[in-house]
Design a protein around this ligand. Structure first.
Ligand code: RB5
Length: 150
C-alpha cells in the first residue's frame, strides 16, 4: 500500500501520480487533499507519515508546491526519512543509500512526466544496506536522544 498526500500546490501532481500508480496495479491510499482549495501541508503530511510508521503503508509520496514543506513536516515524525527530490538520480539514490520511506515532490517545480519516472524509481529501488545501514542507525540514535537535557 502506497500513501499519497498533497496540499493545494501539489494536488494536480498527486492526482497524476495516483492515476499512474493505480494503472500500474499499486494499491494506493489517498490522504487528500481532494481539490485545489488551500490546505496547510502539515495537516496532510503528519497522517501520511504516521501511516508509514505504523506499517499501514509501505512508503509515501507527498506533493506540495515545492515539496519542501511536506518534507520538513514529514521528517518531524520519528522513523520518517523524507527526501525532497527534483531529479531521477536523487529519487533512486535516496532509496539505495538513505532507505527513504517518503518521497516529496513540488507541483510547481516539476511536471507529471518526470514525477512519474521518479515515483517509479522510488518505489522499485531497494536499499543496499552495508555501510549505509550504519548511518541509518546513527539517525535513529539522534531521534532517541533528542531530549536536550541528556
Ligand atoms: C503553498 O502555497 C506552498 O507554500 C506549499 O505548497 C509548499 O510549497 C510549502 O512548502
Amino acid at each position: 500500500m502506497i500513501a499519497l498526500g498533497s496540499d493545494h500546490g501539489g494536488f494536480l501532481l498527486k492526482e497524476a501520480i495516483k492515476q499512474h500508480l493505480e494503472e500500474q496495479g499499486y494499491e494506493v491510499k489517498d490522504f487528500g487533499s481532494y481539490d485545489e482549495n488551500p490546505v496547510d501541508y502539515p495537516t496532510i503530511a503528519v497522517p501520511v507519515a504516521k501511516a508509514v510508521i505504523s506499517g499501514e503503508c509501505e512508503r509515501a509520496i507527498l506533493c506540495c508546491g515545492t515539496g519542501l514543506g511536506m518534507s520538513i513536516a514529514a521528517n518531524k515524525i520519528n522513523g520518517i526519512r523524507a527526501a525532497c527530490c527534483s531529479d531521477c538520480y536523487s529519487a533512486q539514490l535516496t532509496r539505495t543509500h538513505n532507505d527513504a520511506n517518503v518521497l516529496c515532490l513540488g507541483g510547481r517545480v516539476i511536471g507529471p512526466g518526470l514525477a512519474i519516472m521518479m515515483a517509479d524509481l522510488f518505489l522499485t529501488t531497494k536499499f543496499v544496506g552495508g555501510r549505509h545501514a550504519h548511518r541509518l542507525e546513527m539517525l535513529k540514535e539522534i531521534e532517541a536522544t533528542q531530549d536536550l537535557k541528556r
